[in-house]
Ligand binder design. Structure first.
Ligand code: PMT
Length: 210
């Protein structure tokens, strides 16, 4: 089970709160996992990308709430879950039914917290090998380790916007994999190569029968 892309949180029928995720990292993970023979379910927020491998089961979603619901339709049947989506932490409390007019000089939107999909997966973990991503801009390792522990993950993939060529949109990424007992840093590579590194690392940790 893999998630990819951004989520869009509606403000009104024409506007949303989103982020810069293109889906490339998650799609690369899905393609590489399918190439290795895995039965892949890919759940993605809005993206221009198309899956290539016909063995990938694809589910498109828009908001964090929709991603949450779709993830939990598939989570219990999954052996490995890799959450590379950039999920919005907050969503507008009220979605305006009509386009908001620009009458005011200042305008505020009240936001409420979205469910944390990955944290809920950590709480409900049965047999799954659960992998999160951490996108950081400062105190990278400390923040990633905090997420590893708080969300009850088996491993976390850290990428930092301070590394050029890493993170959103581009075709490359630079990652550090962190578990409770190990840390492994990788050089800047294409997202396909990064996906291979992540899957090889996971494969080494799994019981032989998977
Ligand atoms: O799509 P690309 O353009 O290729 O970019 C790839 C990427 C930068 C989006 C990707 O490599 C990445 O870092 N994804 C995680 C982005 C993120 O939201 O990180 P975070 O540190 O805010 O979240 C930590 C983890 O919790 C993530 O696994 C996220 O999926 C999950 N999360 C976060 C919030 C929330 N409400 N629910 C979640 O499940």
């Amino acid at each position: 089970l893999i998630t990819a892309g951004p989520t869009y949180e509606a403000i009104d029928p024409v506007r949303f709160i989103g982020n810069h995720s293109s889906g490339k990292m998650g799609f690369a993970l899905a393609e590489e996992a399918a190439k290795k023979g895995a039965n892949v379910t890919l759940i993605s927020g809005p993206t221009a990308l198309k899956i290539q491998n016909p063995n990938i089961e694809f589910h498109g979603v828009t908001s964090a709430r929709e991603m949450f619901d779709e993830v939990f339709k598939h989570y219990y049947a999954a052996d490995i879950a890799i959450m590379s989506a950039a999920v919005a932490d907050y969503t507008p409390k009220i979605v305006a039914p009509e386009k908001i007019k620009k009458n005011e000089e200042e305008f505020s939107i009240q936001l409420v917290k979205n469910p944390d999909i990955l944290k809920t997966m950590g709480e409900k973990k049965t047999h799954q090998f659960l992998v999160g991503f951490a996108l950081e801009t400062q105190n990278e390792e400390e923040n990633a380790k905090g997420k590893l522990n708080r969300k009850n993950l088996d491993m976390i993939v850290l990428n930092s916007l301070r590394d050029s060529g890493a993170g959103f949109r581009g075709d490359t990424n630079k990652i550090k994999i962190i578990t409770q007992t190990e840390q492994k840093e990788f050089s800047l590579k294409t997202k396909e190569e990064v996906a291979k590194d992540i899957l090889d690392f996971i494969n080494d940790k799994l019981p032989q029968n998977l």
